[in-house]
Design a protein around this ligand. Structure first.
Ligand code: GDP
Length: 137
């Protein structure tokens, strides 16, 4: 079994897509181990995306991620990291495969509806960033 961090980003929460996205997560066989609605501060978003701090889109990305509440979810499944990224699709919704969440629900390369950890080390960092041990069931 493997765990990964999923985020339903502020654009998707604002558009009332939380239920549909969670339904797709459960239908794909993931077990939800932790979940919370949270409005990140700018500083919390900057800490989460610290690896991107030199990228030109960092100020805009962190402003977007702190613009409204998001849903933080710890997912568990065999091969969870890769399977969740496949369900999300490519970063840019315009390039994402048909049937993926970003294709269906994303509106731009930045406002792309969902986040998923990209490797075991980042999953461990991201899960720890948002959830204490006692909050993961
Ligand atoms: P991910 O792993 O597919 O989420 O992609 P990255 O780690 O490369 O980027 C993190 C997040 O930054 C993406 O999910 C987008 O929200 C945003 N992002 C990535 N590339 C761009 C870009 O070129 N422009 C803008 N404005 N945002 C971007």
């Amino acid at each position: 079994m493997e765990r990964t961090l999923a985020i339903i980003k502020p654009d998707a929460v604002e558009r009332r897509l939380v239920g549909q996205i969670l339904a797709r997560i459960e239908a794909a066989g993931f077990t939800i181990r932790a979940m919370r609605l949270q409005h990140l501060t700018k500083q919390e978003a900057e800490g989460f995306y610290a690896v991107h701090r030199e990228r030109p889109f960092f100020p805009s990305l962190t402003a977007f991620m702190s613009s409204g509440p998001c849903v933080l979810v710890a997912l568990e499944a065999p091969d969870a990291i890769r399977t969740w990224r496949a369900l999300m699709g490519a970063t840019d919704p315009a390039r994402a495969d048909a049937g993926t969440l970003r294709k269906e629900f994303g509106s731009s390369i930045e406002r792309n509806a969902t986040h998923g950890s990209d490797a075991p080390e980042t999953a461990a960092f991201e899960l720890r960033y948002f959830f204490r041990g006692m909050e993961i069931f």
